[in-house]
Ligand binder design. Structure first.
Ligand code: B3K
Ligand code: ZN
Length: 876
């Protein structure tokens, strides 16, 4: 298969100044006419051929405008090569495509009766022949023609400049986007859509019309997204001094979408999951996610669209930076500490395993077979952490100057990661040479701290080493530039002021050490009391670390650290260590040991904490996931880990039953649902308490849960009761399932949760037959990625005991689903393969059947590039 290499990058021979597209929209035969004005790149040789991409296309017509004779061209391997007639010329190309047969949801397709597009990364080449690469930026003029009755709304990028009634039942609209853009940012939508409209006036005084489109029945669920959009516009102006640059900003919600959303210039297309919000449709977490994703796509207007990527190896230039920006936005509008913990959890649960597995790759990959496989947690979330480290190292004011420089220098360009780093160097005057390793070295560095306190000299010596494990193709690594934010806490939990021996200045109560070598020792003086170190505060680098703290110190930090991230983190470490110890004992003795008193005491202190914000407390009282615990084991046994984790939950739940009951009572509310971070935090804590309580489902607790299920007016609380009731095998389950169905049946998004909660919460072998049965449900559809993810994704990713069934039946199910889906929707199929990639880390009785499933996939005839790449790399 063809491998694309960063080293092979060459600038295009021809640039496009202007492209004029005309679409005659018809579900089974859409006619696309492209008039593309090419101009030879100043550096290209005079005999350079013109190369265009085109997939699953046939040109119905191909001519040079103003020339009688037909041009010479040939088509091979999805490329059209043509001998150019001049330095600059216009090509007319007509293609005909069938959006109704496009089940890959890539290019022009139909979702719920409306036409829509997804062109990133390489979907535009399924629409017409074009240099479909991000370093070719052109001005687009687009005319859409369609049946007026069926498709009253016609949308494309930029400003609407003309409309017409064509007299034959069809109408047309023409759009012009004044900003040159790569083809991956092109979009069109045509359908019968409802509109929610609002306005925003930018700091520059531009009055922007904000338009949110959805199917008619869900337009009343768009208000939350609209508010989020306005907040994001305002936030970016105040934090970055960047304003919106067109007169209209459009967002369209579509039901069938491969990912979350797409930042097409002026016309975002969104998965309904990240737009629609109503109490009975979206959970609190989804209300938050809507804000985050709306902001993310909006922020792409500068970091992605105005400044785009030169090639796809630079993907993190826009994605890492934009995730960093949307995380900062959410931190500001929700809660800084809660946001930080959630971001770190996501990184640890997805990116760390990726970085430790067979598909590990650097933030700037060197090669790929299918670019769609590289929209990964490494590119997005580790990429965001790398930007955050720059902010930590340079400080916000200098970082912001670096951003200003980046915009000033590269606006209107297709840029590289290297150019971005140069801006940060020029703004700060610092040498970021070693820092660049974060982009090219894969793998998660591991830090080991050791410390000693000398009471006589009042000195504290902190030693740290770093190593980075080998990853595919990278066996040895150079030391990285790692910011270590730290403090030394006195016995009251207060940070002591820091002064390094030989250092000139007193550093204040918190400092950032910069580790650049494999090992370093820092000696602090004037440390009057034996301190507890608070290291990697706020998760100052995307690394793993061992702070070498005993359980007592961890319990102390869990209760007292004034850094909220580290407070949470200390509880997580304590929990992981406790559970791993218990796993070891269970293996030795064949039976589950009692919960250690040390953990119980520490947990009790936290559950009694009346000061913390509820959302933070809910996170603090949540045990690390089975997956995260398994990642700490050489050979992971999901069944054992699950059993021990459940045992801990049950022990804690029965021991602290009165405390959980009182938490539940204190945060229970009869008020009608209203989303706010504070309300969501209270609901999270209350539902966490209920979840623990239902580990021991006796009548009072069951009654509480039923009352909540029947009386609540929102899906967060319905699921908060329903999920745990299902898990504990309550006899009322099937009745509740039915009631919940009737509440959800009018909303696809609500139904997704009805599906996923069932396959997640039903434990053991029953889950597989349930998952299979649900794929036969009339509301299920293999054509809707959200549905596939709700059933197959939740089964494989969130129900460890069922997926990892010892007879291999869970793996067999996933493997068959992937093989079938691959023909239809390769992007979706390839994503599902990631549940198999960790096979080497499992106990032998599981790794073998997992490997077999991967092998069967590899043997599947006509495997797509997408699936082939993940499967073959996993087995390598
Ligand atoms: N840029 C898109 C992702 C496109 C994925 C293509 N397979 C959404 C985003 O990151 O904002
Ligand atoms: Zn993005």
């Amino acid at each position: 298969r063809k491998v694309h290499n960063l080293k092979a990058y060459r600038p295009p021979h021809f640039l496009v100044e202007q492209v004029t597209l005309t679409f005659e929209l018809d579900p089974s035969a859409t006619r696309v006419e492209a008039l593309t004005h090419f101009k030879r790149h100043p550096d290209a040789p005079t005999d350079a051929p013109l190369q265009l991409h085109g997939e699953e296309l046939q040109p119905e017509l191909l001519e040079i405008v103003g020339q009688q004779e037909r041009p010479h061209y040939h088509i091979e391997n999805d490329r059209l090569t043509l001998t150019p007639p001049a330095e600059s010329f216009t090509l007319r190309c007509v293609t005909r495509i069938a959006p109704d047969k496009n089940s890959a949801l890539d290019g022009l397709y139909i979702s719920g009766g409306m036409f829509c597009t997804q062109c990133e990364a390489e979907g535009f080449r399924k629409i017409t022949y074009y240099p479909d690469r991000p370093d070719v930026m052109a001005k687009f003029r687009v005319t859409l023609i369609a049946e007026a009755q069926q498709y009253p709304i016609l949308l494309s990028n930029g400003d609407k400049v003309a409309t017409a009634d064509l007299g034959d039942g069809r109408h047309s609209a023409t759009y012009e986007d004044p900003y040159p853009k790569p083809s991956y940012l092109f979009a069109l939508v045509a359908g019968d859509l409802a509109l929610l409209e609002d306005h925003y006036t930018t700091a520059e005084g531009r009055k922007v019309t904000l338009q949110l489109y959805s199917e008619h029945h869900s337009i009343d669920q768009c208000g939350h997204a609209m508010q989020a959009l306005k907040k994001a516009m305002q936030w970016e102006e105040s934090r970055y001094g960047l304003s919106y640059d067109l007169n209209t900003y459009m967002i369209v919600a579509v039901g069938n979408f491969n990912m979350g959303a797409m930042e097409n210039k002026g016309l975002n297309i969104f998965n309904t999951k990240y737009v629609l919000a109503a109490p009975h449709v979206a959970t609190d977490a989804e209300y938050e996610a809507v804000e985050g994703v709306i902001a993310h796509e909006y922020f792409h207007n500068w970091t992605g669209n105005r400044i785009t990527c030169r090639d796809w190896f630079q993907l993190s230039l826009k994605e890492g930076l934009t995730v960093y920006r949307d995380q900062s936005f959410s931190a500001d509008i929700v809660s800084g500490s809660v946001q930080r913990i959630q971001d770190v959890r996501l990184l640890r649960n997805h990116q760390f395993p990726e970085d430790a597995g067979p598909t590990a790759h650097p933030v700037q990959p060197e090669s790929y077979i299918e670019i769609n496989n590289f929209y990964t947690s490494t590119i997005y979330n580790k990429g965001a952490e790398v930007i955050r480290m720059l902010e930590t190292l340079l400080g916000w004011p200098i970082f912001r100057q670096g951003m200003d420089l980046y915009v000033a220098r590269h606006d209107g360009q297709a840029a590289t990661v290297e150019q971005f780093i140069c801006c940060m160097e020029d703004a700060s005057g610092r040498d970021l040479g070693q820092f660049r390793l974060w982009y090219v070295q894969a793998g998660t560095p591991e830090l080991t701290f050791n410390s000693l306190y000398y009471p006589e000299s009042q000195r504290y010596v902190l030693n740290v080493t770093q190593v980075c494990p080998p990853t595919p193709g990278q066996l040895s690594k150079a030391p990285m530039h790692i910011p270590i934010r730290m403090a030394l806490l006195d016995p009251d939990g207060q940070p002591q002021s820091l002064k390094l021996v030989d250092g000139e200045q007193v550093l204040g109560a918190e400092t950032v050490l910069e580790l650049t070598t494999g090992e370093a020792t820092y000696t602090f003086e004037g440390v009057s009391k034996a301190p507890t170190p608070s290291l990697m505060r706020g998760f100052s680098a995307p690394v793993k670390w061992d702070a070498a703290l005993d359980r007592e110190a961890l319990a102390f930090l869990w209760a007292n650290d004034n850094d909220p991230f580290n407070r949470w983190e200390s509880g997580q470490i304590l929990a992981v260590e406790t559970i791993l110890d218990m796993v070891g004992l269970t293996q030795q003795n064949g039976e589950l040991p009692d919960l250690p008193e040390s953990f119980a005491h520490a947990f009790e202190t936290i559950i009694k904490d009346g000061k913390s914000e509820p959302a933070l407390l809910a996170l603090s009282l949540s045990l690390p996931t089975t997956g995260y615990i398994m990642d700490r084991m050489d050979k992971a046994d999901p069944h054992l880990v699950y059993r021990v984790r459940q045992h801990v939950r049950q022990a804690v739940a029965s021991r602290f039953r009165p405390l959980f009951l009182s938490l539940y009572g204190r945060h229970y509310s009869d008020e009608p649902y209203h989303y706010s971070p504070a309300n969501a935090g209270a609901r999270a804590l209350k539902n966490l308490a209920l979840d623990y309580l239902l580990e021991n489902p006796e009548p009072t607790v069951l009654a509480l849960a039923h009352k909540q299920f029947h009386q609540a007016d929102n899906i967060t609380d319905w699921l908060g009761a329903y999920g745990p009731l299902l898990r504990c095998g309550s006899p009322s389950s099937s009745e509740l399932t039915h009631i919940l169905y009737t509440r959800c049946k009018d909303s696809a998004n609500a139904l997704d949760k009805w599906f996923s909660t069932q396959v997640t919460m039903v434990a053991g072998p029953e889950a597989l037959s349930l998952a299979k049965a649900l794929t036969q449900h009339p509301d299920f559809s293999w054509s809707t990625p959200n549905k596939v993810r709700a059933v197959v994704g939740s089964f494989s990713g969130a129900n460890p005991t069922a997926f990892h069934a010892i007879d291999g039946s869970g793996y067999g199910f996933l493997q068959e689903v992937i093989a079938q889906l691959d023909e239809k929707n390769p992007q979706l199929a390839a994503r599902l393969c990631t549940y198999f990639t960790r096979w080497r880390r499992m106990v032998p009785e599981l790794s073998q059947p997992m490997q077999n499933a991967l092998q069967r996939l590899l043997d599947t005839p006509n495997l797509s590039n997408d699936t082939y790449e993940i499967v073959s790399k996993s087995l390598a």
